[in-house]
Write a protein that binds this ligand. Structure first.
Ligand code: SER
Length: 310
């Protein structure tokens, strides 16, 4: 796995080790991962832009599948477009080429709701809608999706992908995304009973609790190749809510909690994205359903972050 220290990688590597044996999952990242990942199985330091180092790890450990999760998220990408483009695109090409050259079994690469843009249908956005992303991150994800399908069609690379909604988890903090408020809110509610949100109160976005995202990802990777008909990336819906609705749920856990709103540059990014997603194509192809609604997610998040912060 490339990007095992990030928000998705931290949870995904632990679940993969649990299911397939710790020694069979090699975690890698440019940053040191959390203790549980570092001590629970093999870890190598890797730069996602260094092809020869990645090839060496693939050979040394006889890697057959790669989860390539390294990316610069939407908010951070706007601050440094050239660097975000380089990291997001070149690292994908490196993995696609290694998969082609070394005949790897399967690749997972995440796309995002950010592939959609202002011209996309906002509610229940279908699998195939008009796509005009206007963020660096969204452009890189849409271009990446096209390349994934290309490598599948031309070189028979078994690449699989989902368009994640905003992901909510407690093990590692989110880093530089537009949906990060839905994670930050819990830390602030536990520490200070209040949170200043960088999106306005009615900005609805599709979100998902991490356990569901991990489950969908592993289900996708375990499904027979001939059932995976979408080789760009599958819509994944989760739950849709706005900051005000999430704040109401947090208040059920902490009655003293108060939220204020001070939208920044990420407001425009959020407004360009869908408010809810139609993932019926994925549901049909994978026979998969999420388990968490907003209340169940809020309950676990609040409890676990309270435990974590002592
Ligand atoms: N959660 C991501 C972000 O906000 C979207 O994929 O950048």
């Amino acid at each position: 796995m490339i990007g095992a220290s990030g928000q998705i990688g931290s949870d995904l590597v632990l679940e993969l080790r649990k299911r397939f044996g710790a020694d069979n999952i090699i975690a890698s990242d440019i940053r040191e991962p959390m203790k549980e990942v570092l001590e629970g199985g093999p870890y190598v330091e890797l730069n996602a832009l260094n092809k020869s180092d990645i090839e060496k790890v693939v050979d040394d450990y006889k890697i057959t599948e790669v989860y390539h999760l390294a990316a610069i998220l939407s908010g951070n990408a706007e601050k440094n477009p050239a660097k975000a483009w380089e990291i997001n695109m070149n690292s994908l090409f490196i993995i696609l080429d290694i998969a082609k050259e070394k005949n790897l079994d399967k690749i997972f690469w995440p796309s995002s709701i950010a592939v959609f843009g202002p011209g996309t249908k906002k509610q229940n956005t279908p699998q195939n809608d008009f796509m005009d992303p206007n963020t660096v991150y969204g452009i890189s994800k849409l271009a990446g999706e096209r390349w994934c399908e290309y490598y599948h069609q031309k070189y028979d690379v078994d690449i699989r992908s989902v368009r994640y909604p905003g992901l909510i988890s407690y093990k590692t903090e989110a880093g530089g995304g537009t949906t990060d408020y839905a994670v930050e809110i819990f830390y602030e509610a536990v520490k200070n009973n209040k949170y200043e949100c960088f999106l306005s109160e009615e900005t609805a976005l599709p979100m998902m609790y991490m356990d569901d995202a991990i489950d969908a990802t592993i289900t996708l990777m375990e499904t027979d190749a001939d059932k995976i008909k979408v080789r760009s990336s599958y819509n994944l819906a989760g739950i849709s809510f706005n900051p005000m609705q999430l704040a109401e749920e947090v208040k059920k856990q902490n009655p003293d909690f108060e939220i204020t709103y001070n939208p920044d540059f990420r407001q425009a990014i959020a407004e360009s994205w869908p408010q809810s997603i139609d993932d019926s194509v994925l549901v049909e192809h994978l026979a998969w359903k999420p388990k968490y609604n907003i209340s169940a997610m809020t309950e676990v998040m609040y409890r676990e972050i309270k435990k974590k912060l002592g």
